[in-house]
Design a protein around this ligand. Structure first.
Ligand code: COA
Length: 161
């Protein structure tokens, strides 16, 4: 196990954030179904984990997977695929913990930035702003079901400024 996988673990009050693998893909797909209108399937999660340089983390409460973050890397860029927390576990700092774990991993990999797309109407934009992301662009009508613009948000790591 590489060092940054160990540093990616953290205990925060009543939840645990840890590095995920293919054995977590079914739980991740279950959370996707609960949280998104066009969810990723278990097979797409496994395919991203196996075919790309990627990092996924899950959040557990009493052994139950209640949230996750997915990402893949291209050269020095980190792309966040999704962040999701089950409805009954929201506003407890779990998404913040997941993003912190990924930030730590990205810094150890010496990435230049982390980037993501979010629906224009999604209040998750506030979460990302709080975590240091800023808006860098808009993709018109990027999403379907329903059709909506995507806002591009990026977190640049300090050493590159
Ligand atoms: N409205 C306003 N601010 C919000 C928010 C919301 N719905 N969710 C998070 N925040 C902000 C708040 O400032 C919050 O701090 P506070 O609770 O002390 O006010 C801070 O972010 C940290 O939130 P946290 O508790 O870590 O987030 P969470 O665990 O509830 O998860 C999401 C946030 C977005 C992941 C969760 O609501 C979710 O799964 N939504 C559906 C899936 C989704 O849209 N994911 C994003 C795709 S890009």
């Amino acid at each position: 196990m590489r060092a940054w996988e160990i540093h990616g673990m953290m205990q925060k009050s009543n939840f645990l954030i840890r590095r995920a693998g293919a054995q977590n893909a079914a739980d991740i797909a279950r959370i996707e179904k609960l949280c998104f209108s066009s969810p990723w399937s278990e097979a797409s999660v496994i395919s991203t984990m196996e075919n790309q340089d990627s990092a996924f983390f899950v959040a557990e409460v009493d052994g139950q997977t209640v949230g996750y973050i997915g990402s893949y890397f291209v050269l020095d860029e980190g792309n966040i695929t999704n962040v999701a927390v089950m409805p009954e576990f929201r506003r407890k700092g779990i998404a913040r913990g997941l993003i912190e774990a990924l930030k730590e991993c990205a810094e150890e990999k010496e990435l230049s930035f982390l980037t993501l797309e979010v629906r224009a109407s999604n209040p998750a934009r506030l979460l990302y702003e709080k975590m240091g992301f800023s808006e860098v662009g808009v993709r018109k009508n990027y999403y379907s079901n329903p059709v909506e613009d995507a806002v591009l948000m990026t977190l640049f790591f300090e050493r590159n400024r």
